[in-house]
Design a protein around this ligand. Sequence first.
Ligand code: PMP
Length: 997
Amino acid sequence: MFDNYELPNPQFTEAEAKQLTLEHYGFMPVAIKPLGSFQDQNFRVTNSSGEAFVLRIENAAAQATSLDLQNQALTHIAAKDSAFPIQRLIPSVNGQTMPTTMRAGATHFLRLLTYLPGDVLAKVNTRPTHLLDSIGQVAGTFCLYLADFTHPAADRVLQWDLQVAQQVIDGFIKYVAAERRPIIEHFRQRFVRHAEPFLPSLRQSIIHGDLTSYNLLVQRDVTGRHMVSGIVDFGDVLRSYTVGELVVAVAESIINSVPNALPAAARTVKAFHQVFPLQENELATLFHFICLRMCVTACSSSQQLTLNPENEYVRELARLDWFTLERLQNIEPEVAHATFRHVCGFEPHPNAPRVRAWLNANAAQLHSMVSIAPNTPVLDLSAGSEYLNEGVWETAEMHRASLPIGESGALGRYGEVRLYASQKDSPEEPAALHLGVDVFGPSGTAVCAPLAGEVVKVAGGEIILRHAPVEGVIFFTRVAHVQAAEGLAAGASVAGGQILAHTLPARTDSFLPAHAHIQLACAEIESLPGMVPGMVPASERAVWESLCPDANLLLNHSGLQRAAYVAPAETMRRRFQVFQRAQEFYFEHEPLQIVRGWKQYLYATDGRAYLDAINNVAHVGHSHPRVAEAAAKQLRRLYTNSRFLYDGLAEYAERLVATLPEPLRVVFFVCSGSEANDLALRLARTYTEQKDVIVIDGEYLGNTSAVYEISTSLLDNPLAGKQARPFVHMAPQPNLYRGKYRREDPHAAENYAGEVREIVANVQAEGRGVAAFFTEALLGSSGGIDLPHGFLPKTYEYVRAAGGVCISDEVQVGFGRAGTHFWMFQTQGVVPDIVTMGKPMGNGFPVSAVVTTPAIAEAFRQKTTYFSTFAGNAAACQVGLAVLDIVEDEGLQENARVVGAYFKASLQSLMEKHALIGAVYGFGLYMGVELVRDRETKQPATEEAAYVAERMRHLGIIVYPTGDYYNILKLKPPLVFTQANADYFVAMLDRVLGEDR
Ligand code: PMP
């Protein structure tokens, strides 16, 4: 049947091909390059104006009619859409579409086609979502454009046609290793059972039929992402199942997809459907077709491998085929079907509406499954639960003990994303969405059948009943964590109300006490009995809520409401209605709803524990119990302001001052970093009686009008950041990687300081003085950039010589984060005149401070006063004290030193592998990873950085870009960050940077 498959290619030389081009197409190629082909011969030929073409010399066995089919298909599509990226056929000088040439008594057809730029998709090592969309769109477009195309040669038999897939498998199965044949058989039988009945009803049309990763060309878009840019090789165009076009595209999508296989397939299907809507019968066959297609390619590659055992290329193809088949094996066809239906806008399980309607209408007829007292409490096991605090979800025992279950037992909710399922430092989404209801009570509680049914499973502590109360309504009841009633066995019929089982005592490794898990399922999931999961990843919610509707339809307990679910998009919509939009947020496309923080993790409504690499505010760890307790205790007793006397204020000020060198002895409390810098500016101006300020390019100092004006960060001050205001002087950023003076320059520090000296001189030349020089001692707001050694001592010298005040902004970087020192300025060996602090100071509670010298403070006092209602309030002082204690008691500064050094070294070692990393800045637990497109030009990799952040978030890590070019991943985690966290972060960054985008 497929004899012509192994035809030898034509053997024309390059010189002959050039001559043929001249003869038939009227130009002598200035360049020629052979291109690969299965059975023909292809040359890339370039004319004297640099235009490239593909000269095809067809196999001698090629039929004129099938070549005409290809040509007509190209022309048909080009007529519909002149921009569609397919090749154009160039007629010969005689106006022929296919001139011929003779060789050794055989006739060869020639064709000249335009050359499409791009790489084959096969060279792209991953399939991120935008590429999946692009593949799906292209496949859909083919179906759309070819829907009305006809050709007499289209009904031909080709090996890759899904209509003959089973014959191909039959023919080639002998090449497949014996131990692998059962996989093929399994998929094939499933196809016969579940897809074949639909075949007669499927749409047929002419399709490209071979949208594989060798025929799809890709190019990078303006943001550097791969998109399908061309489709070549119409050699397999034929009439077949229309859906076959998508089948091939999906099979190519799931190889090395960034999402798991099913979400990746669904993405391609959705994009296809948006262009060319699928029908329900097509969707019913789709997954089985995909499996069958992979069986065909796996059998074919086994055959190829048998013929060419040494061919590494064929070996790699075979490996990918089997790898993909294994991925497919782990997908339940009913789940795949429901998922495809969902992305195409259909109810995921076709029977779900009928099942829900029947149960609603017949509620009164159902027997009580388990007795539940009317006021039985309903538990909240979600991440936002009131009583799940301080990490109790991390061990089964603590979690069980935390649940408020009294005499009357308790109920657990359907549709709840449960905290105990979260996994720390895990790239996979956990199965956290609960699909049943739980009835908690003493072990040994009886559970009965809600209505008559047939037992389909009794094993492993679970029972599954099948119900078919009326024609067309089929559903299943699943009861888990129970001991089956004696004698109950698969195949038995049970009556409504019959005792099925009794609850078992909780196992010691169970997060829940004794309970019956009761679940409803519409799906006759293929491997049922046994494969209705009790919990699934929350991202699959829509599909599973249809496959397994609310089990309270079986119980009808009025006090049991399903867990409320608000989609992040809805929260965002509400937010935008009332919250001004300039207030930005993280992950615009997939916003996170964080409901809990604990130590270095953030917990979202999606059931995941995200490793927090950016919240330096949660200095001692999120939700530290000692901080919470300090605030709560004081708030219960007294909350007032500093116009009254309370001990905490003085005590806290003393403790702060004790961390600082002389003469920094006078404290002002404020409420935010902005206010601290604002007040520092006032102090400096009052003291010096000057207005001019020197700041570092790219730095942010806060949001009050005064300090916003002196902020030069484009990220925070996009419009005016770099605009010259007469009294603001921007010194070049002392950045040894991309700044004015670089690592190679042994005098970089002095040269940067010299720039400040020059600014000072210029100001003085205009008859004014300098009020203040503001900087962070490690440029946190610019992305964690460490200053050249010796920069600050020199700069301070120049500023002070002109009478200016030196201000160190420790808002981001203070309180032990440097590792070696408590304050960042200490790493430069200087003592500022004013220190401002904030963010980590109250671990999130708004407390900030300015500390200065008695001389500056006194000058201020003589001229003015200062008061802030909330500053230094009684609760803030207690919280601040607690933070200082914790940093000390838990050795967090030392942790920042040790883990920071380890983390930095690991990040630096990634630079050897990934050219995208241009620099790793910083030290302690404040670092920045700068991404560049080119290490020579240092072109910022802005879009790449955004993409990396999104991917890291999918892998359970929160990190975000910053800097004037949004291309520096800032790393400033809570100080409880561990070496294991650093390892996880680096492993995931390594993975993401290794993925093509
Ligand atoms: N200084 C620096 C260096 C900062 O990064 C910030 C905030 N990003 C501030 C001051 C202002 O602090 P706040 O947001 O608490 O007002």
